[in-house]
Design a protein around this ligand. Sequence first.
Ligand code: ZN
Length: 407
Amino acid sequence: MKSILVSMLLLSTTFCAVVPSVKKVDYSGFKVIRVASTDDVKDQIESLAAHVLNPGKSTEIDVVVSPDNVEALIALVAESKVLNEDVGAALAEEGEMQTYAVPSESWFTAYHPYADHLQFLKDLQAGYTGQSEIVTVGTSIQGRVLTGIHIWGSGGKGSKPAVVIHGNVHAREWITSMTTEYFAWQLLTNATFKSLVDKFDFYITPIVNPDGFVYTQTTDRLWRKNRQTVSGNTCVGRDINRNWPYKWEVAGGASTSPCSETYKGQVAGDAPENKGLKAQVDSLKGSRGISLYLDVHSYGQYILWPYGYDCNLRAENDAQHRSIATRAQSAIRAVSGTAYTIGPSCSTLYATTGSSTDYTDVQGNATYSYTYELRDTGSYGFTLPANQIKPTVVETWAGVVSMLKDA
Ligand SMILES: [Zn+2]
């Protein structure tokens, strides 16, 4: 009795080692065949089939059959029809099962409502809880929380110099939130970029002007500023990228009229969105420091660096800014042929005061600060068609990867 039990145990152990119970059925070459059944062959059909798909049916049965049994099955019945030539191939098209709701690449084929952008970040973060967290960067004038994602690598949270990326500061520049989300998505889902994730702590906030963004979706697609009012004036909105408290007071790079698209505000940094963004920059400056700051805008196809407030002044590392931008420009062109213009922002595009990159360069002590102006050069402008989202995010990411390798 005892020896029999031992033999059985040995047998089952051996059996398990040879045929692991977790192995998935391979349906390569299996067919789905619809056969005309009669009572006298029904049992034989079922014995030849791997699965009966409509087991309740009596006269017309759909079965999954292995390649070895196809001939025998067809010979058995009066009528048959192949519904699917290869079940294995069909399963491959269905895609891999995902444990977490990590957003897929199809996100980048359409524009989305504000709430969905927040959900995108949450879903992405939920798939990578060990190397990311949702962060908040202050609150808008209407009470929306500026929401971003912090991504880190093998060194652990907060252990590396910061890369800070802001998108959609100008409400109508919809392509910029899609693009900055693509950066985050690539960093977390694409193992190719592990060395970059290990090199920096990334702080990506795709929509830093949520009120304006929502307004472009509810009311005016071409709205630019935030939604802050000025006492005694009917015009609405400050330009968040003219409100940073550095060289804000200099004339010529912004407007003092509340009705203007580039209204600078009443006091430096008086937009609540700017308070939050400034606090983020100041805090990271005080911890591990900022290696790279990117403010992503559209349109025009430019890569710009300080300064905005003075067309003759150059950053002390102007030459490094230029060589890094030159390589990014080439990387973008190599993907798609899209041509970017590069240079210090004031002398290359136009004068700006109270701009983000001047602040991050001087006050934030960032090693490199750039403004991207994405596609296009004006044919579609801010309303880039959905079929250009994917090519735009892919080419821009190539430019940013080049910068991250250089920085
Ligand atoms: Zn802009």
